[in-house]
Design a protein around this ligand. Structure first.
Ligand SMILES: *[C@@H]1O[C@H](CO)[C@@H](O)[C@H](O)[C@H]1NC(C)=O
Ligand SMILES: *[C@@H]1O[C@H](CO)[C@@H](O)[C@H](O)[C@H]1NC(C)=O
Ligand SMILES: *[C@@H]1O[C@H](CO)[C@@H](O)[C@H](O)[C@H]1NC(C)=O
Ligand SMILES: *[C@@H]1O[C@H](CO)[C@@H](O)[C@H](O)[C@H]1NC(C)=O
Ligand SMILES: *[C@@H]1O[C@H](CO)[C@@H](O)[C@H](O)[C@H]1NC(C)=O
Length: 949
């Protein structure tokens, strides 16, 4: 028995040995020879192909997969930075199923007809190389082909009719080449694309294809989902047969020369995207009723018969993007259109729309662009809850005549909605980058969906190789581009096989959310190796020279090293550089609770300080809106290099703000002091400055009780600075542009850049250079240069008068304080003689409870000499008393302000009743720059500026 067992064991070992020999058997000689010959025409190959020791392609070469017979079945060299041409020897790899050499920009030349010999081929993928010449006829022999993508090359000539024989093809992509001629069809050419009954994708966009498309090109037996013929030179009628393909989801015929009438498409109930823009289509406006799948419709720039607003505007429930520029529609836009839940963009410029634009008060939350420029709109009704940035009405009668003419509503420029997803921008030394180009998304604004895409993609990619994934969308071009940037985790860079196997999205194995539509990817060249650094070589040479020359130089070298070491410390400790600059800025700031940000972090949060995220500018520099990784919105004040606010002011502001915490003061989140950059990071305050709300561009109409509450809030903030901060702080630049309003219209005092600590002096008086903003400046301080807390009180008194008058302190050469004092008449128990001076909005809205008392207090604040003025604490108490005595509770203030603008009446007509709910929903942001800091950073410069005006 034992002998038998031993024999069995021996046999087993032999079998195993034999098995492993088979697996390790050398690549089939014909294939190996072919591959080695191909290789001769290529440079920049993966290491595994060039190492002396690796002779066996099947076993060792990246991107080569073989079957049990050691025949090569798959050659995948996606994104390898290959250079060269594809030689005829490819035809010898007769067992090849998959050939994917996509994203090798320097791989090109004419495409060899020998590919036609690869009769087993199921996938031929040559995306984003530089192949040129004609598409070989012989490709029609690839009877097994399912996936056929030659897009984004430089092919010329016409599409060979023989491609009609590829009866198994589901994916046909020849887009973005320079192909010419007509589409081949079986009636005229013997064979043609109409025979591809299994094809789901005809992607032929961005070529030079021309001529009419015959009726027999399409039929109801086809399986087409995407027909992309946009950006060619097609002419003639759109074939009616296109309207009978029941599976169709995306139809793009835009930017051609199509003429005639649009055929009936009512059967296309699955169609999401219909783009017919920029053709010469005529006849009646297409009737899209019943096409209930439609999400993105663009019919712009055609010559349809002028018509009223089509009824399908209100019938299509799923619309996300509606674009119909210059198509001759007239009449009144229906309210229902704007309440579609998913609606994002409505672009109807250059039509004849007239009457009143009334979008109703149930507007889609996602709506972020309504472009109705150059129509005949006479008036607009806007409700209090409207909350988006872009309503464009320039070129309508209401803009020429009314008060609106200077507002953002009536300016020509479109502001791109702010991109609030910069957090997906990852950074590392060797990221793998590829561009995903979505050719037909349904949405107008990618921001809402990028989260989902990110989640979805990171899941897919992370399964293959762990990485940190960044996504940055680029809109504004014909198609939506999203740049995918993956950072390796736990390794310095990705290797060849990771790139080949993980990021090869060319075969569409990755399915994005359906709303993104068809896509392709284009990988950027990847640095697989370190470049041998010239710097290192030079370093080595320098080193030996040093050795030779001797001690002196070595001494210098040592000094330099020490400096370098100090620099390194700077990087890890932001305070180390404090005092090392030429300015005398004293010790490092004493911080409480402020966070130190790295430059990198702030770059990420603002998408590299993109212009679009800039929300204000002043003498000091620029203020950017940003979003931190945790989602917190921030405002970043970034100083210009060599700006007027010096290091000292920077430090003062950091120290002050980090010690000060009060709900009526703008909070400092942190700062960045790195590589010559000085940045302060504040909480983001959404509703802009008080001056904007009073007389700026925001069109907000504040009623009396809101103004009292704003006065109270800001007085509390200042009282805190004067009496509760330790040491006390004098603001020195109180003004309406330094009072910000948050989403609940709570006022917060901002900008402590000029503040001074009171403890530095005796008896609370400071002798300083006069700083501040003209119009708010305490005359006593100006004359004596003695700064006290009462100087802030004077400035605050001016703000209180602004709340009444709603004009800047100096306007039309008048000074607000003098104007009010002159007009004053206490006999008039209602308006105190100010009826002609005060804000007409207040007169209209009425309800001026406690007005005389408030005015009296404001005038006390602007008394000539400090001791006659009340303290901030007294002011707080007085406003509280006024509100209390008149039954105004600070919490229940409404600032709703629906208003209608009527160009014929030439004035704002506030619409009553304004709601009594406690939500202080703010009204109508015409401008995304809700957080205008400009002018909020006065330096000595602003004194001068104001004097000049
Ligand atoms: C459309 O046709 C006209 C002449 O009929 C030609 O000039 C124009 O270039 C064509 N446009 C396109 C996009 O092919
Ligand atoms: C549009 O087509 C529907 C039927 O699909 C029809 O009921 C409706 O009257 C048509 N509308 C116009 C304006 O022709
Ligand atoms: C709007 O235009 C239509 C068609 O031109 C016209 O019939 C209608 O009277 C106009 N309405 C207003 C209010 O001007
Ligand atoms: C209005 O905008 C603010 C930010 O400016 C946002 O927090 C709020 O959710 C928006 N409200 C609506 C109804 O969209
Ligand atoms: C691409 O990557 C997938 C894994 O995501 C892999 O299964 C597939 O074989 C790769 N494609 C090619 C052509 O190598």
């Amino acid at each position: 028995m034992a002998a038998k067992g031993r024999l069995f064991f021996l046999l087993l070992v032999l079998c195993l040995f034999a098995g492993s020999r088979i697996a390790a058997a050398a690549t089939n000689p014909q294939d190996a020879a072919a591959l080695k010959s191909l290789k001769k025409k290529w440079s920049n190959l993966p290491r595994s192909w060039t190492k002396k020791s690796s002779n066996d392609p099947c076993d060792q070469w990246d991107g080569v997969i073989c079957n049990g017979n050691s025949r090569i079945t798959s050659l995948n060299l996606f994104g390898m930075n290959l250079k060269g041409t594809l030689s005829d020897d490819i035809g010898s790899l007769t067992e090849l199923r998959v050939l994917d050499v996509s994203s090798n920009k320097d791989l090109g030349g004419p495409l060899t007809p020998a590919i036609g010999k690869l009769i087993q081929l199921t996938h031929l993928v040559l995306i984003g190389c530089s192949f040129s010449g004609t598409v070989p006829n012989e490709l029609g022999n690839l009877a097994q082909l399912e996936f056929f993508a030659l897009n984004s090359n430089q092919f010329t000539g016409s599409i060979p009719p023989s491609l009609g024989k590829l009866s198994k093809v589901t994916w046909l992509d020849l887009a973005n080449n320079s192909l010419t001629g007509r589409l081949p069809n079986s009636r005229d050419d013997g064979a043609g694309l109409d025979q591809l009954l299994n094809a789901e994708h005809f992607h032929l966009n961005q070529n030079l294809l021309e001529g009419p498309i015959p009726e027999n090109m399409f039929n109801s037996n086809m399986s087409l989902k995407h027909i992309l013929l946009d950006r060619n030179r097609f002419s003639g009628n759109i074939p009616a047969s296109i309207g009978v393909i029941p599976t169709l989801e995306v139809l793009r015929l835009n930017d051609n020369n199509f003429t005639g009438q649009v055929p009936a498409m009512q059967m296309l109930t699955k169609l999401h995207v219909l783009m017919l823009s920029n053709n010469k289509l005529r006849g009646p406006m297409p009737n899209l009723t019943a096409m209930n799948g439609l999400q993105n419709v663009d019919l712009s720039n055609n010559s349809f018969t002028p018509s009223g607003v089509p009824s399908w505007f209100t019938e299509l429930k799923g619309l996300m993007t509606l674009t119909m520029q210059s198509v001759g529609i007239s009449g009144k836009l229906p309210q229902e259109l704007f309440s579609r839940t998913n609606l994002q963009h409505v672009i109807l410029s250059n039509n004849q729309l007239n009457d009143t634009l009334d979008m109703g008060n149930n507007i889609s939350k996602d709506l972020d662009l309504v472009d109705i420029r150059n129509n005949k709109i006479a008036s607009v009704t806007v409700y209090g809850t409207l909350n988006y940035t872009n309503l464009k009405l320039e070129g309508n009668p209401l803009c020429t005549e009314s008060l609106l003419s200077d507002t953002m509503l009536c300016t020509d420029q479109l502001t791109e909605p702010p991109s609030l997803y910069p957090t997906f921008n990852v950074q590392c030394k060797n990221p793998f980058v590829e561009t995903i180009e979505f050719r037909s998304p349904s949405f107008g604004n990618v921001n809402k969906y990028i989260d989902e895409l990110h989640k979805n993609l990171s899941g897919t990619l992370d399964n293959c190789t762990p990485n940190k994934l960044g996504l940055v969308p680029y809109t504004g071009e014909a198609y939506l581009k999203v740049e995918l940037k993956a950072c390796p985790v736990n390794q310095k860079r990705f290797n060849y096989s990771q790139v080949l196997n993980c990021f090869n999205l060319t075969l569409q194995t990755y399915k994005p959310p359906e709303i993104f539509g068809p896509y392709y990817v284009d990988a950027h060249p990847y640095p697989f190796h370190d470049k041998v650094s010239r710097a290192i070589l030079i370093g080595v040479v320098t080193g030996s020279v040093l050795l030779v020359v001797g001690l002196t130089l070595i001494g210098i070298y040592a000094v330099r090293q020490r400096k370098r070491a100090r620099k390194l410390v700077t990087l890890s400790d932001p305070f180390a550089s404090w005092g090392s600059t030429t300015e005398d800025i004293g010790e490092a700031p004493k911080l409480k609770s402020a966070r130190v940000f790295t430059l990198e972090e702030l770059k990420l949060s603002t998408n590299d300080f993109r212009e679009i995220n800039a929300i204000g500018a002043g003498g000091y520099g620029t203020v950017y809106r940003g979003k931190l990784m945790d989602g917190q919105l921030i405002a970043i004040k970034r100083s210009k290099q060599g700006s007027m606010q010096g290091g000292l002011e920077f430090k003062t502001e950091i120290e002050l703000l980090s010690r000060v915490h009060h709900k009526n003061l703008v909070g400092l989140v942190g700062f960045c002091f790195e590589k010559g950059e000085r940045m302060l990071v504040y909480e983001f305050i959404s509703n802009g400055t008080l001056s904007e709300s009073l007389y700026g561009i925001k069109g907000v109409q504040l009623d009396w009780s809101s103004r009292l509450k704003i006065a109270l809030d800001s007085a509390r903030g200042l009282a805190y600075l004067h009496d509760h901060a330790n040491p006390p702080i004098i603001h020195r630049d109180v003004k309406s542009t330094n009072i910000l309003l948050d989403a609940k219209m709570t006022a917060k005092v901002a900008d402590f850049g000029l503040s001074l600590l009171v403890s530095d002096s005796e008896e609370g008086e400071l002798c300083t250079n006069v700083k501040g903003t003209l119009g708010y400046l305490d005359p006593e301080y100006y004359m004596t240069q003695q700064l006290t807390a009462k100087s802030d009180v004077y400035s605050f008194g001016v703000v209180l008068l602004e709340l009444i008058v709603a004009k800047p302190p100096i306007y039309e050469k008048k000074y607000i304080v003098r104007e009010v004092k002159t007009a004053l008449d206490m006999e008039d128990s209602m308006y105190c003689g100010l009826k002609d001076v005060m804000d007409p909005v207040l007169l209209k809205l009425g309800g001026l409870q406690g007005f005389p008392r408030f005015l009296k207090m404001a005038l006390q604040c602007v008394e000539e000499v400090g001791p006659d003025r009340p303290s901030m604490n007294n002011i707080v108490r007085e406003i509280e008393m006024i509100m209390q005595d008149h039954g105004i509770t600070p919490g229940s203030v409404s600032t709703s302000s629906s208003f209608s603008v009527d160009s014929t009446a030439k004035k704002f007509v506030p619409r009553f009743p304004y709601s009594n709910t406690s939500t202080s929903s703010t009204t109508f942001e015409m401008d995304s720059r809700a957080f205008e800091y400009s002018g909020g950073f006065p330096s000595q410069g602003s004194l001068q500026n104001n004097r000049n005006t």
